[in-house]
Ligand binder design. Structure first.
Ligand SMILES: Cc1cc2nc3c(=O)[nH]c(=O)nc-3n(C[C@H](O)[C@H](O)[C@H](O)COP(=O)(O)OP(=O)(O)OC[C@H]3O[C@@H](n4cnc5c(N)ncnc54)[C@H](O)[C@@H]3O)c2cc1C
Length: 429
């Protein structure tokens, strides 16, 4: 697929608006929320909610239109020609999202993670939910007060190896409800979704432990459902403004039709494999967040060194540059490489093309680049970088998560290797 490097004007406009929020609302509060870990940035949340609500509404309606192309009166033209025309129009939703996320993460990555909306839960519902489920679960994110969606996969014994999930889901034949039991850890926005808004959590549980991955299914637990209890709010190295919750499920009962996809163990595309595609959509977003943090650290270091007379010089041979100049160039190169991979992953998604390889490549590269770039920033800035006088040490701490969640660097490298070499999960692990 040819890649268009021209950023659509509407995406650029939106990135400019995000820059104003990042500069004026996020940066001034960066240190405060880092030091007040379990307080949430409500001024940012309320400011962003109308835009996030509208974004979810557009995505939901587009998705319902794709399911029922001839039944939505709000669509301009419903005949087959109009539908074919619409299918040809370039979509820019993912391109717009990565620009927004990069800019907000440049402002503050922890605060950005508090953006209200369905987030990862929405991606799972969009990937495998029926039109009725999309309407039932996602419509709430288009109205009323701020709400969050969260995704709970990780357990104490099941991180990278998701086939080890122990949480069970059993269908009660009398009440026709699923009964969930187990423990989930590290759930981003878990408390905001379940306890502080009318949101929801997509919980992954097994309907048949002996079936391994094939038995693992996503279930929607709506806010306030009895039987789910938040037990811990994590204290973290970085992204401290972000809510990271652990919870237990103790006979948590949910309606039979809150399972996403087929309950059949041999559920094919709608099963575990199908829902795993959510990561193809969300990994470029993590990559964009990583690049935003990296760019913050790079620009600050570049500008600080410039005040000391050390300026970036493009076009001169490396051997004529000083060591810090070479470092600055390398920081920029690493970030640009990661950004190009991220653009490609998002562009493929917008074009409706398969992007698994591009998504994992972008995630691996961006996770490693941001870790290296922020470490270099601390190093080049000396005492300024190592103390709380500046945000450099915070960016260094915020960076690492991008190489951990939504598949660690090692796991995404495995995915890249398997895809390129044509190995199965069993053959290369
Ligand atoms: C702040 C935060 C937020 C999170 N948010 C969420 C969330 O919203 N929802 C959710 O479900 N989870 C979430 N997670 C969990 C995250 O996805 C897991 O931490 C991650 O999948 C890694 O799992 P683990 O920590 O159990 O590490 P492990 O799987 O135990 O891995 C430990 C180390 O071994 C490496 N490793 C493991 N297997 C292999 C292999 N086959 N080959 C090579 N190396 C390997 C890993 O790369 C890692 O370096 C979050 C985590 C954090 C820290």
């Amino acid at each position: 697929m040819p890649i268009e490097f021209q950023i659509p004007p509407e995406v650029e406009r939106q990135a400019e608006q995000a820059r104003a929020v990042a500069e004026n609302v996020m940066r001034p509060k960066s240190r405060y929320y880092d030091e007040h870990e379990h307080e949430r940035p409500w001024e940012f949340i309320h400011l962003m909610w109308p835009e996030m609500r509208e974004r979810t509404r557009r995505e939901l309606e587009a998705s319902l239109r794709r399911a029922h192309p001839d039944t939505d009166g709000s669509d301009p033209g419903t005949g087959s020609e109009a539908c074919a025309e619409k299918a040809k129009r370039p979509r820019t939703a993912n391109m717009a999202l990565i620009h927004l996320v990069e800019m907000l993460s440049w402002g503050d990555a922890g605060i950005y993670l508090c953006l209200p909306g369905p987030a990862l839960a929405g991606a799972a519902i969009q990937a495998v939910g029926t039109p009725e489920q999309k309407e039932r679960f996602l419509r709430r994110f288009t109205e009323g007060e701020p709400k969050w969606g969260a995704m709970a996969m990780t357990e104490p014994q099941a991180g990278s190896d998701t086939s080890a999930i122990q949480t069970t889901a059993v269908l009660d034949p009398e009440t026709q409800e699923w009964v969930l039991n187990g423990q989930k850890i590290f759930c981003t926005n878990g408390k905001l979704a379940y306890q502080e808004s009318d949101g929801l959590i997509v919980v992954w549980a097994t309907v048949d432990r002996s079936a391994g991955r094939a038995g693992i299914k996503p279930f929607v637990v709506e806010a306030g459902t009895p039987g789910l209890q938040i037990v811990t709010e994590e204290k973290k190295l970085g992204i401290r403004a972000s809510d990271t919750a652990s919870f237990v499920l103790d006979n948590c009962r949910i309606p039979a039709d809150n399972i996403l996809g087929s309950p059949e163990v041999k559920g094919g595309r709608e099963g575990f494999k199908g829902a795993m595609r959510t990561f193809d959509a969300t990994r470029p977003i993590v990559a964009a967040s990583a690049i935003g943090i990296g760019r913050a650290a790079f620009e600050f270091t570049r500008d600080t060194l410039a005040q000391e007379g050390i300026r970036m010089e493009y076009g001169r041979p490396r051997w004529k540059l000083s060591a810090p100049q070479v470092d600055l160039l390398e920081m920029e190169i690493q970030l640009r490489q990661a950004w190009l991979l991220t653009l490609k992953a998002a562009a493929l998604l917008d074009a409706g093309e398969y992007n698994k390889l591009a998504a994992s490549m972008a995630k691996v590269k961006a996770g490693k680049a941001v870790t290296w770039v922020t470490q270099k920033a601390v190093e080049l800035l000396g005492p300024l970088g190592y103390t709380t006088q500046t945000l450099a040490e915070k960016w260094f701490r915020d960076a690492k998560i991008n190489d951990i969640y939504e598949g660690t660097g090692q796991i995404n490298t495995l995915i890249v290797a398997r895809t390129i070499l044509g190995y199965t999960r069993r053959e290369l692990k």
